[in-house]
Ligand binder design. Sequence first.
Ligand code: ATP
Length: 350
Amino acid sequence: SMAVFKLENVEDLYEIGEVLGSGHFGQVRAVQERATGVRWAGKFLKVRKCASSRLGLERRTVEREVEILQALQHNNIMALKDVFESRAEVVLIVELISGGELFDFIAAKESLSETEAIDFIKQILQGLSYMHRKNIAHFDLKPENIMLSDKDIPLPNIKIIDFGLAQRLPEGGEYKSMCGTPQYIASDMWSLGVITYILLSGMSPFQGETDEETLTNIVKMNYMFDDFHFRETTPMAKDFIQKLLVKEQSERMTAEECLLHPWIKPLTRKEAASRSQSSINMKNFKRFNARRKWKMSYNMVWACTRLSRLQLLCKTRANEDEELRQCESDQEDTENNHRASLIRRRLSSS
Ligand code: ATP
C-alpha cells in the first residue's frame, strides 16, 4: 500500500497562522513548523463523508491530488512536504509561496519586455514539460494558479499550484480521446496559449460580447491578433501562440517543442534583439488584470479546459467501480473534534 499512518496531530508539529487564500473546499493558511521555525503553507481540505453529500471533496479526489504532488519534484511546481488526515479533513503541508500571482506582479510594473515575459513563460513550460513527461496533466492552468516564489528578487521563480484537477494518465501513455488523438497534455498547452495571448495583449483571445459568442469563438477557434492590441508584438510571439491555439489537439506544440520554438530559444542575435525591443501591452494588461479580479471576463475560456478534462474523466471512470459508502451527516463533526483527530500521513517517498 502507498502510505503508512502515524498518529500525530498537525497542531503538535505546526503552529497554524493566517489565512493566505481560499478555494472551493477549504483554506490555505500559513503554518510554522515548531521543531525548526520554518514557515510552510497548509492546505486544509474538507473531505466528504458520504457519496451523496455535496459538501467537501471525495477522499479519492484528495488522495489523487496528494499522489500527484508527491510524484512532482520540480523547481517550478509547488512542493509537498507532509500530509495529515482525519475522517473529515486532509491537510497538505506545502512549500510557502509568498510572491503572489504572476499576473499581479506584472501588472504592478511600469513595463515588461517580451524577453522578460518569455523568462516567465519558459519557467511555466519547464514545469509543464516535467509533469507531462511523467504523464501528469494539470487541467486547470489559469492565471490564479501561476504564482511566484518571492517577489522581492529581480527574477522571481514561477510556481505552478493547485493540482486539484490534475490527472495522472496510465504509464505507457496510450491514452486516446474520442477522435483518436492524444488528448491529456493538449489541454494544458491550449491554456498556455491563452495565457500567453493575454500576457502580451491584455486581451482574452476568444472573448465575445456574450458567453454564447465566446463559446462559439472557442469551438470555431475563432481568434485574431488585432493590430491595435498587438502593435508591439513580434511576429515570433504570434507564431508561438498560433501553434498552441490550434483546434486539432494533436497538432498543438508540446511543452518540449515550445522550449525549442525560436521565440523562447532564439537562434540568432537578431531574433534575440527583437524580443528585448518589443514589450507587452502594459496599459491593456493592467486593465485586464483589474477586471480579472472582479471575475468578469475570462471564466468561459477556462471553463473549456474543464470541459476537455471532463471528456477524459468520462473515459477513465468507465472502468472504475463506484464504491458505495455509508451515508453519515456532514455536520456531525465540529471544527474542534475533527481537528483533534487529525493524524499524520507519512509519505511513502520520504
Ligand atoms: P480552487 O477551488 O480555486 O480550485 P483550491 O481549493 O484547490 O482552489 P488552491 O487554488 O490550491 O485551492 O489555493 C487557493 C489559494 O490559496 C490560491 O489561489 C493562493 O492564493 C493561495 N495559495 C495556495 N497555495 C499556496 C501556497 N503554497 N503558498 C501561498 N499561498 C497559496
